[in-house]
Every structure is written in C-alpha cells, then in structure tokens.
Design a protein around this ligand. Structure first.
Ligand code: C2E
Ligand code: CA
Ligand code: CA
Ligand code: CA
Length: 274
C-alpha cells in the first residue's frame, strides 16, 4: 500500500509539473499574441425585441492562434486576468470595437470589461483616450461588467463606474442573476442595462420555473428603469416568450452568431473600413 501511495505521489508531481510547464508555454504564447495583435474581435448582433431591427452589437474576443486556429475566450481570459495581460488585451478589443462602431451611426457597441481592468484607477482615462482616437460618440459605447466588480471592492467600483458614466458611456450589468446581492447593487450602482444571463433562457426549455424567474428578473429591471437584454436566444419560442415578458433587446444564435467585422458589415450592409 505504501508503494502504491508513493507511486501516486510521484505521478501527481509529474502531472503538476506538466501543468505548470503547459501554463507557462500558454502564457508566453498569449503574451506574443497580444504583442503582435493576434487577438481578434468578433461581433454579435443585438436586435430590438421584435427581432427586426439591428440596434447594436457585442464585441467578443478571439485569439487567432498561428496553428491552433481560433481560440475561444473561455480558454484565455482567465489566464489573461491572472497574468495582467488583460489590460493590453482589453485595450485591443476596446479599440477595435470602437473603431468599427464609429463607422456605423446609430448602433451601439457593447464591450466586456474584466474586474481586473476596472480595478485600475486609470481605466476611465483609457476609455476616454479610445473614444478620442476613434471618434466614437460616448453614448454609443456600452461597457459590460459583472456583479463581481461590485463585490470585490464596492467603494472603488462605484468611483470607477461613476467616472465612466460621467464620460457619457453606458454601463450594462452582464450575466445578471448569477451573482449575489443583486438587488442592493442595482440600487447603489449607476447602471443603464441589464443582461439576463443565458442560463435562464436555456432553462426555459426545461420547465415553468425558469419562466417564473425570467418574469421576475425582467420586471425588476423594467421597474428600475433599466433596459433589459436577453442573451442566448436560440429559438423562436425563446424570442416569443422574452418579447412578451418585456425584454427590450435580444441577442443569440437565432439572430446571429459572433462573426468577423468584415462579415458583420457585409451582412448588415454597413460601411466597410476605408
Ligand atoms: P458573455 O459576455 O456572457 O458573452 C456571451 C457568450 O455567449 C459569448 O461566448 C457568445 O458567443 C455566447 N452566445 C451568444 N449567443 C448565444 C446563444 O444563442 N447560445 C449560446 N449557447 N451561446 C451564445 P464567447 O464569445 O465564447 O465568450 C465567453 C465569455 O468570455 C463572455 O461571456 C465574456 O465573459 C468573456 N469574454 C469574451 N470576450 C471578452 C473580452 O474582450 N474581454 C473580457 N474581459 N471578457 C470577454
Ligand atoms: Ca458580455
Ligand atoms: Ca453574458
Ligand atoms: Ca459570461
């Protein structure tokens, strides 16, 4: 038994070393990608509740890996946050997203912001600089934050969100309903939009309970005067329910997947890059 125990311990160490080595390798590659601009932005359409009019789009990061192809954010955002690379990566996404949107009057662009980015005191300055460089009207930029931003350090978060809001930029609360203490934060923080988490929409297929929860969340948002967006809308049934429940905007595979900027402008007949 003792020997087996030792064997296990050794095997475990080898695995750990492999993990560490792999992580270092991946980190080096991500650093390179950020430096050389291998980070790409895909856009997913956001439509009015009736699904008929394009009102904006969400920017989603993609890592164009030299031989692995497109890597999804689920595989690298965490690492970027842990290594601090998220600041540069986030700036690349923000810049590309704003540059694209600047050419398309009337549409808003929604960009995800990591809690790590928000914690930096100069983040509002970064946003202001990008708006200046790209010429995008501040009111057409939406920054998506999650509840974790408010939980980590509520005082600092409030200051940061207020200065962003003072620029005229909008704030959306992403993945709403998955965190804690949502109600108190909703009252305290300057928020313009609520994005109802995808998991609730997905659960609609499973039974009546999800419908009840969705009704509550949507009504709460509306009662607070917020714009309510449903994400992960995959079927006509989802769309019909969410529209009747009072969502203002819809996003999901039913209407369009995230796609490269050139494809997005071709599909929607928008002005291409000069
Ligand atoms: P998120 O902000 O909740 O983004 C929505 C995710 O749901 C995207 O996944 C999108 O492709 C996916 N999605 C949209 N519609 C549907 C649908 O109808 N069905 C299903 N099953 N999925 C749908 P993606 O692009 O893989 O991004 C995952 C997460 O990575 C994002 O979740 C966001 O938290 C994070 N992320 C993406 N880009 C960035 C970025 O530039 N910065 C930061 N900090 N985080 C990012
Ligand atoms: Ca988002
Ligand atoms: Ca979300
Ligand atoms: Ca998410």
């Amino acid at each position: 038994a003792k020997e087996r125990g030792r064997g296990c311990a050794i095997a475990y160490d080898v695995e750990m070393d492999k993990d560490v080595a792999q992580r270092r390798f991946f980190e080096r590659e991500l650093r390179g990608a950020v430096l050389t601009g291998e980070i790409d932005v895909h856009l997913q359409p956001i439509l009015t509740a009736d699904g008929e009019t394009l009102v904006g789009m969400e920017a989603l990061a993609r890592w164009n890996h030299s031989y692995r192809g497109a890597i999804m954010p689920g595989e690298f955002i965490r690492l970027a946050e842990e290594t601090g690379l998220i600041h540069q990566l986030g700036n690349i996404v923000l810049q590309r997203a704003c540059r694209a949107a600047a050419r398309w009057p009337g549409l808003f662009i929604s960009v995800n912001v990591s809690p790590v980015q928000m914690r930096r005191p100069d983040f509002p300055d970064v946003v202001m600089a990008v708006l200046g460089e790209t010429g995008l009207e501040p009111g057409r930029l939406v920054l998506e934050v999650t509840e974790s931003v408010m939980i980590d350090d509520p005082e600092k978060a409030l200051v940061a969100l207020r200065s962003i809001r003072d620029l005229g930029v909008q704030i959306a609360l992403d993945d709403f309903g998955t965190g804690f203490s949502s109600l108190s934060y909703l009252r305290k923080f300057p928020i313009d939009k609520l994005k109802v988490d995808r998991s609730f929409v997905l659960d609609l297929d499973k039974g009546a309970e999800a419908a009840t929860i969705l009704h509550c969340v949507i009504n709460l948002g509306r009662a607070l005067g917020l714009r309510v967006i449903a994400e992960g809308v995959e079927t006509v049934e989802h769309a019909r329910f969410l529209r009747a429940a009072g969502c203002h905007e819809m996003q999901g595979y039913l209407f369009g997947r995230p796609m490269p900027v050139t494809e997005f402008e071709a599909i929607y007949g928008l002005a291409p890059a000069p």
